[in-house]
Design a protein around this ligand. Sequence first.
Ligand code: DLL
Length: 432
Amino acid sequence: MIWNEAKECMSRDEMHNLQSKRLVKQVSYVYHNVEYYRKKMQAAGIEPGDIRGLEDLTKLPFTTKNDLRDTYPTGLFAVPRSQIVRIHASSGTTGKATVVGYTRRDIEIWSECVARIMTMADLTNEDTIQVSYGYGLFTGGLGAHYGAEYIGATAVPTSTGNTKKQLAMMCDLGVTAICCTPSYLMYLTEAIEEQGLLPKLKLRRSINGAEPWTEEMRKQLEERLHIHAHDIYGLSEIMGPGVAGDCVFHKGLHVNEDHFLPEIISPDTFETVDDGVTGELVFTTLTKEGIPLIRYRTKDLTSITHEKCECGRTTARLSRFKGRSDDMLIIRGVNVFPSQVEAALLEMGETSANYLMIVDRVNNLDTLEIQVEVDEKFFSDEIRELENLTRKIAHNLQQALLIQPKVTLVEPKTLQRSEGKAVRVIDKRKLV
Ligand code: DLL
């Protein structure tokens, strides 16, 4: 089944024309409604009239997370607050979150994009879909939920955590599909095996994303749970889950290209690279009203193909994501930048900015330990004082990162110094 055949199967020429038309409109829209963009375009010597179609795309300046930080919280919104019906947020590179806003039409389009991807994964209104992504400022829960309702399926909004309840719902309600991070599905798989629940499950599909995973991990999940596992990609800045997803042939993630225009660039030269060559994914929103973004650098590394897929869809496909070109970590589905740790530590004054993040995966769940060097002035031999300080640091870091790290204090000048780039992160996770 294809949710929107007219859009997902149009000829490449038709798609090119549609994207060109929408690009011209979106550029004029941001120019006239977002002061920051107007100034940015003026500084680059560009007027909306200079952009006549896709061939002029590369004349436009890039947008990065820094632009969102500089305009925090809502400086890139293109409509008054009265037209914003929903806010989501994700981690910024320092203390400040990245805030995004949606109009009613944005939510409608988002829901359709997720509906297309669920349909690609063979889900229909006959399915019962458990949504085990977090509901809240994170886009995963509500994004998947609206898509599930859009196709008329039965949504079960369990959100994250409470594995016992998750498993009870799955068994008792005859859940046929689950949306969650691949690492959480791996964790659930172990619990299912341990408790011998597989015969009680009706699960047949999963839709996993929000973090990098491998083809090997997909195969393992499929074999151990007797399901088909699908990849879903998205990011808050562009929309949330549903920017792209893979069909039953698993030959790359189909981009909802009539709404999000993809480019792959070399992160070094910023030039467009050829189909099949790995580079950084850049998106221009084509129909966004709340927070339209022009040439947004996702920092995600992948390659693209424009060949028609066996499933009949003609939309461009992205290869499985290969990592990122910046230092963002995804820990239990939460985006974490080392710079957030640094900012939080420096704000406290009692610690130095010397820290080491150790990320691991134990029983399929991510763990984060942060070793922190205490400032000489505040270092004490009193165990109670050190315990209090540890608790305080852990609390502040949890507030900043939105996940609970294990904090270990180390004596001044014990973390290894480096002559070049400081090593701030040791990621011991193996993706399989
Ligand atoms: O993670 C949106 C989402 C929710 C996608 C649920 C899929 C499922 P952010 O929190 O803004 O949004 O994080 C976006 O997560 O730039 C990638 O680095 C990473 N990411 C998301 N999906 C995938 C995937 C959501 N399928 C960032 N494979 C992105 C690899 C992914 N990385």
